[in-house]
Design a protein around this ligand. Structure first.
Ligand code: NAD
Length: 290
């Protein structure tokens, strides 16, 4: 099985390295030539376009910021669609709108090309260690066919339903993470204002019911004031916007999600869009004069 990979950013670069390590023949493309060369040094074929990646691969993985980037990588001039033929598959591992995933699947189906939406959770450390959680939507037989390939990058790969279901699951994940980070920031704000050291609060409560993976990953960043991404505010805004657009389209209300979305929007206006989402702590510091 020949594999293609498009999007060698914070996540895609380590993920594609894990595919090579597992012994697959890999062809890569990104707008960033130095990332292509870095993968080339590890044995990947270096392509000059998405079209070239598709021509040389049976299955192409995309790991790009949002729906418009995926659309352009597939359907723009010299994009994947020009090199994809019947029986090939696109596995989009980006976090994008579920509706966009369904549209891309439908359009590709007309040329006999299959599509899975397979977004991931676990961040850069998980991508490096090969422990990310992958949530997959699409035809079950396609999922079965590519399970082993996906497992080269992951700690778990779970089938969640028809195409689009992967991104619905990812939105659920992102809502929980966002609200959880806001809750930790809010709790530390109270403790600081009341004169109780938040480092000790974290130490005291992390093993109890309030403890979480989110708290363990993000509280130390807040406490040491390290807001290097990680996961940028601008990407989390994109996910929450996709969650709200989706919820409104199916007559559903998500009050907590929309509130945290507004906090992140305020941080963006304040120039923090490239900071890690742990910088929600800064929003609380600002409104509380801390
Ligand atoms: P990133 O911005 O670091 O990387 C995106 C890469 O795509 C860049 O190298 C860019 O040059 C390339 N690119 C963009 N458009 C392209 C095109 N048309 N053709 C070729 N290359 C193109 O983003 P990231 O942090 O790696 O995130 C990728 C996706 O994974 C996003 O949807 C994000 O929400 C999701 N995600 C990120 C994290 C994280 O912690 N960073 C965790 C889980 C999921």
């Amino acid at each position: 099985m020949k594999v293609g990979f498009i999007g060698l950013g914070i996540m895609g670069k380590p993920m594609s390295k894990n595919v090579i390590k597992a012994g697959y023949e890999l062809t890569v493309f990104d707008f960033n030539q130095s990332s292509i060369e870095e993968l080339g040094e590890l044995g990947a074929n270096q392509a000059a376009s998405g079209k070239e990646v598709a021509e040389q691969s049976d299955v192409v993985i995309t790991m790009l910021p949002n729906s418009p980037h995926v659309k352009s990588a597939i359907f723009a001039e010299n994009g994947l669609a020009e090199g994809l033929t019947e029986g090939k598959t696109v596995i989009d591992m980006s976090s994008i709108s579920p509706v966009a995933s369904q549209e891309f699947a439908k359009e590709l189906e007309q040329s006999g090309v299959e599509f899975l939406d397979a977004p991931v959770s676990g961040g850069e450390p998980g991508a490096i260690e090969g422990t990310i959680a992958v949530m997959v939507g699409g035809k079950k037989e396609e999922f079965d066919k590519y399970y082993d390939l996906l497992m080269t990058m992951a700690g778990s790969v779970t089938y969640v339903g028809e195409v689009g279901a992967g991104n619905i699951t990812k939105l659920a994940n992102q809502m929980i993470v966002a609200v959880n980070i806001a809750a930790v920031s809010e709790a530390f704000t109270l403790s600081k204002k009341a004169g109780v050291d938040p480092n000790l609060v974290f130490e005291a409560i992390k093993g109890g019911l309030a403890g979480s993976n989110v708290m363990n990953a993000k509280a130390p960043m807040m406490l040491s004031r390290n807001f290097e991404p990680g996961f940028r505010i601008e990407l989390h805004i994109k996910d929450l916007q996709n969650a709200l657009d989706t919820s409104h389209s199916i007559n559903t209300s998500l009050p907590l999600t929309s509130q945290v979305m507004e906090m992140m929007q305020a941080l963006k206006i304040d120039g923090h869009e490239k900071d890690d989402h742990a910088s929600l702590a800064k929003y609380y510091e600002k409104i509380n004069n801390l």
